[in-house]
Design a protein around this ligand. Structure first.
Ligand code: PXG
Length: 432
């Protein structure tokens, strides 16, 4: 054992030295609350890591997982199948926009990123355009931690240690002066999508495979797209034969008061990535929803029927226990009307969160559905310190909020009451 009993675990995306001096240990959870090792109840203001909208320790999920573990704990993912994998795929496709009618399973958002962009490059190659390899992301984009994700992702701190990755380029983000403190979608800035056309022209469309965007960027601090921006992006992709990938790892399954951003904003991508909320966070599972035309192209160019059309997948793709958790999570969202609840209470949350305008150091607030980002003016030369201090102060007060870069982020559980909204927002205000 290490010196303090904490040395051995190299914690991910964590200030290890600081954490191990002042540990924050979560021992249990219940509904919208965590219970710490010293017995405190902490309101979960980020639904885990945007994962657990329906609240923690849901009995329905526990029962489904337990049942599955006693029926079929694992089955080989390649060349064999189990019933739940097909049932869950059919169910996801029913919820999704019509043209997204195939599901490729992964275990995480990062794997979705690699899967969708690998499918994009392979698709162009299979239909005779092998030079279309470049993937375009955005500044401030977060798509996970894989080689692909850090290449076309746009968060500098996540890129700087690794050097050259996958062939990619970046559009700018959409946080423009004048749009501060917008409630919901900013009304100006749709033309920022035109930069995509310039980048495609720069590299020539014959070299560009796809563009990947979070319809609402999460990790960068809840960056909401200007009205019309995503539609414009869709038009540019169509014009230049570039595939459009929506990374909906945070936005899918209720966070924004709809099943998907694609349905909320009425823009249908060629592929759509989901994870996190699909199992309410209980078991890792991700999926790439793929347009029929793309799937069909692989089937048609696959050669002999015994050939594997897409040599890609993971040992745990379509894991039976994860699929069971997925079915139970979708049951809860549907039966309890949680997505409708988020839509109904989003305006209340919007009013409340914007009451922080005017608090010390607050330079912007953005919101959509049950997500919000607050930008704080930095200490000179220490851009990430203030949000950390505010979040740790909230933790002391009994509220978990996310900090990252120069932002504080909220991703409320879908079951949050109005009093709980006030509680967490007041805690942020007092901490500021
Ligand atoms: N895409 C998006 C849009 C994400 O938000 C990933 C991909 C990667 O997923 P995995 O499962 O590989 O981690 C994410 C992850 C935050 C925060 O504070 C967000 C994520 C992870 C950790 C923290 O906003 N999102």
């Amino acid at each position: 054992m290490g010196k303090s009993g904490m040395d051995a675990f190299w914690m991910p995306y964590t200030a290890n030295r600081q954490f191990k001096k002042t540990p924050r240990i979560i021992k249990a959870a219940e509904g919208a609350y965590y219970i710490t090792d010293d017995g405190r109840r902490i309101f979960d203001g980020l639904s885990g890591l945007w994962t657990t909208g329906a609240g923690h320790n849901r009995l329905e999920i526990r029962d489904a997982v337990a049942h599955q573990l006693g029926t079929l704990d694992y089955s080989p993912a390649f060349q064999f199948g189990h019933p739940l994998a097909f049932e869950l795929a059919e169910r996801i496709v029913e919820l999704a926009p019509d043209t997204l009618d195939h599901v490729f399973y992964t275990n995480s958002g990062s794997e979705c990123t690699d899967t969708a962009t690998k499918i994009a490059r392979a698709y162009w190659r299979q239909i005779g355009q092998p030079a279309k390899t470049k993937i375009i992301g955005r500044v401030k984009g977060y798509h996970g931690a894989s080689w692909g994700a850090i290449s076309f992702g746009g968060i500098p701190a996540n890129k700087k240690l690794w050097g050259q990755g996958v062939d990619s380029d970046h559009m700018g983000h959409t946080l423009i002066p004048g749009n501060e403190f917008t409630r919901g979608l900013p009304q100006s800035g749709a033309e920022l999508a035109d930069e995509l056309e310039s980048i495609i022209r720069l590299h020539d469309a014959s070299n560009v495979a796809a563009v990947i965007v979070e319809p609402i960027a999460g990790s960068a601090g809840v960056v909401v797209p200007p009205a019309g921006y995503l539609k414009r992006m869709r038009e540019i992709c169509d014009k230049h034969d570039v595939l459009l990938i929506f990374d909906e790892v945070i936005t899918a399954f209720g966070r924004i008061g709809d099943w998907f951003a694609a349905t909320a904003f009425d823009v249908v991508p060629d592929m759509l990535n989901v994870a996190k909320q699909i199992t309410n966070g209980a078991i890792p599972l991700g999926a790439v929803l793929v347009k029929g035309d793309i799937y069909d192209a692989f089937m048609e160019t696959g050669g002999a029927e015994y050939n594997i059309e897409l040599p890609h997948g993971y040992t745990y793709s379509s894991h039976p226990v994860a699929c069971a958790a997925g079915m139970a999570s979708l049951d809860i969202l549907e039966k309890e009307g949680l997505i409708e609840r988020v839509a109904a209470l989003a305006p209340t949350f919007e009013t409340k969160i914007h009451q922080l305008q005017g608090s010390p150091h607050v330079s912007d607030i953005r919101n959509y559905g049950f997500a919000a980002g607050i930008t704080l003016e930095p200490y000179p030369g220490e851009p990430t310190r203030r949000p950390m201090e505010v979040a740790l102060s909230c933790w002391e007060k009994g509220f978990y909020v996310r900090y990252g870069g120069d932002t504080i982020q909220l991703g409320l559980p879908f079951i949050t009451t109005e009093a709980e909204m006030d509680g967490v927002i007041n805690a942020i205000g007092e901490s500021l």
